[in-house]
Design a protein around this ligand. Sequence first.
Ligand SMILES: Cc1cc2nc3c(=O)[nH]c(=O)nc-3n(C[C@H](O)[C@H](O)[C@H](O)COP(=O)(O)OP(=O)(O)OC[C@H]3O[C@@H](n4cnc5c(N)ncnc54)[C@H](O)[C@@H]3O)c2cc1C
Length: 362
Amino acid sequence: MMVMTVDAVIAGLGIAGARVASILSKAGLKVKAYDPDTSYRKPCGEAVPINEYTERIVNRYTVYRTLIKKFEVIVDGQTVYEEEFGDPIWYIIDKTRLVSALRKEAEDHGAEIYYEPFKQESSTGRTITIDARGPFSERAKETVPVYRIIYRPQVKWPRDRVLVEFDTRKLGFYWIFPSNPRENTVNAGGGFYGISKQSLLPKTVDLYVHEKTGIDEIYSKAASLVRIKPAIRLWNDDGTLNVGEAAGFLMSITGEGIRPGLLSADYLAASILDNLGDFGGIRNSYRRRTAGLVKETELSSKLFEVVEKTVIGERREILSNVPKGFWRKYFKAKLTLGTIILSVLKEPSRGLRLLPYLFKSF
Ligand SMILES: Cc1cc2nc3c(=O)[nH]c(=O)nc-3n(C[C@H](O)[C@H](O)[C@H](O)COP(=O)(O)OP(=O)(O)OC[C@H]3O[C@@H](n4cnc5c(N)ncnc54)[C@H](O)[C@@H]3O)c2cc1C
């Protein structure tokens, strides 16, 4: 294998950082990476929409847990959307296993991993520094805490069903997903804009799951952060490149960050490998490759803003009148302005009530 005279220093070995480390080290770059945690353990819903790309990843690293095809959305106690798709549209994955596999691949290709926090190293002319610290990046300002519980419920939870529930007094949602169906464990949690007190959030979510499913046995409880309405920033003034959630790739209305993290890692790695030694070329290529993902992320932030700008009654009006076609694309991670307009036109009795709110933000 050809060894190139370029080093990459990566801060953070979560989804995005570990993926970049694996690709760059495999291509022969000298990679050094830093992460304080020897074992990735950030809590997550671990839901990933199924498409050709995610199918490849899930199969390659055998991180599949279950497939989801039944969806229910509840708003203030009322079911507003319920659908069973013919084919599954989500994976539930084992994310810790995926990150471990990517880290191991990087190490096997010669990457040096230091289990300690990243300290800014001075850049030399041939070193590429990458910030992949996700919501923990010092540049990630707009974060909210999200709390997750893995537990065995008192009722059996179907292996192919998820529930998303809004209580419009709060801005955010609860979820209940299957976790490991063989053990009948469930992954449930919630995150709300404005509920930043760590103690209040666990209490709110605990109460919710007790009421919804009851709890037989708890396996883990933990909170972490997501960035809401993140500003996309692909690089910084000091020349550092950002990837994953550190770059702002997080879908605000769903909280989805795994697919965007992996994709942005692939785009960054390809841009580096196509433009070795040419920093301007790397940036241009990275900007071009991420254009679609940036558009998707910004649309998600805009839609979040539509709901954010409302008062409680309006919020219920909006969420209760979301057309079925919108929810379909929402869960499939295929929302575009075009698909939103189409879903409104197809179900005008619901959709037209949303237009005044959409006009306010777009
Ligand atoms: C509770 C919860 C539920 C979620 N559910 C889903 C879901 O169902 N589906 C989905 O797609 N997304 C979900 N997300 C979002 C998703 O988890 C993230 O967007 C995704 O992990 C981002 O990947 P990343 O690699 O950019 O950052 P991360 O995965 O956060 O990785 C960042 C890494 O940086 C490391 N780090 C921190 N500080 C330092 C430091 N000083 N120096 C070096 N390294 C450091 C951390 O240890 C970590 O390994 C959820 C998030 C939360 C919090």
